[in-house]
Design a protein. Sequence first.
Length: 470
Amino acid sequence: MTDVVIVGGGPGGYEAALVARQLGGEVTLVERRGVGGSAVLTDVVPSKTLIAAAEVMTEIRRAEDVGLRLRSGSEPLASAVDVDLGRVNRRIRGLARAQSADIRDRLVAEGVRIVAGTGRLDGTSRVIATSAAGDEALPADIILVATGASPRELPSAPPDGERIFTWTQLYDLDRLPEHLVVVGSGVTGAEFASAYRSLGADVTLVSSRSQVLPGHDDDAAAVIQEVFEGSGMTVLNNVRATGAERRGDEVVVTLADGAEVVGSHCLVAVGAVPNTAGLGLAAAGVEVGRSGHITVDRVSRTSARGVYAAGDCTGVFALASVAAMQGRIAMWHALGDSVSPLDLRTVASNVFTAPEIATVGVSEQEVEAGLVRALVVRLPLRSNARAKMRAVTDGFVKIICLPVTGIVVGGVVVAPSASELIHPLSVAVRNKLTVDQLTESFTVYPSLSGSLAEAARRLHGHASDQVITY
């Protein structure tokens, strides 16, 4: 029997545990907060549940555009709906606990031993687990470190959980903030800014870049910024926040130019730091980069024999889906099963703003920089029949393919439920399908996915490098 010890019970850890048990390993999972880790308890599940509530409010506000109104009176339907944030957050916390319990039950049913505590490496063949019962030495033939990451905190903006928050602390609020100042316009900042604005809060988004969502598709980010501003959100671009302090029932955010932004609450979303301190990594010979992330190869191996790592602590790609795949790959490799190395070109990712942004594969920026020779087509959603029916005016689909062969190498979808619509392009990129093969597959009429087939048709017969926009 092979002893497998996994430190960290998030997606990377619990998915690895299931694979290891499937392949005959004797598995112990050490988790300090609860099975599912931060992804389930404080990050992904809670934030997307909040966003689900915000999506309903977005649809309510769109009701008038499709001819719906209150039976009595002429005011918009949205004006008759109040947001009970306390109830929303109670539902969020309940769903997170339920999801954690479901995962725990599955692990126990599969024969995984769970230790509630912390773990540290004692060389490469033993983990010391510290729990309420004390220290326990766990022998290990294989070790997986999947300890995740935590919100980066600014010393000049210490979170208090009442007025100044990290993204893990928002779920105890009972009332909607009157004015939420969001510092940071990356994925986390943009998602919370979008959700709280949809729920009815005044929102100011402080961005140190010229446009929200730096590093994402430029066209997609431009759409989101336009939607944000059109919704009444204040977006401050090219401005860096230097600190935030509470003054009574207000929060004052200081900017680098000396100006101040006053709000009722402040969310600081300026990145994350890996949870790799105090794990005994250096003594075990595990290489850690300057940022604190564990260095791994494409099959999740670290520099120490028999030690693997997965998830946000590796800095590979901060997505739960990637963490889970890294964990699976680690166990497939360690326990001798067939395995394909992680290919980030096939990773589909999503930003849960309204509308959503989903991407996969090669980006248009790479094409413009000459790193990839490719054709690009961009098709606005406003021409899509289903979008018109739903009063959807913002968004587009973009397909990137190789010249001559027409093999799909990338794509972008900006639309409601883009996270669902990206899947055909993800399959195409993973399996090297051509635009003609994508075109020959049936889509439902009317549907938003019809725009994917239409965009693919627009690329048929183009043999030179060019950008096609309609």
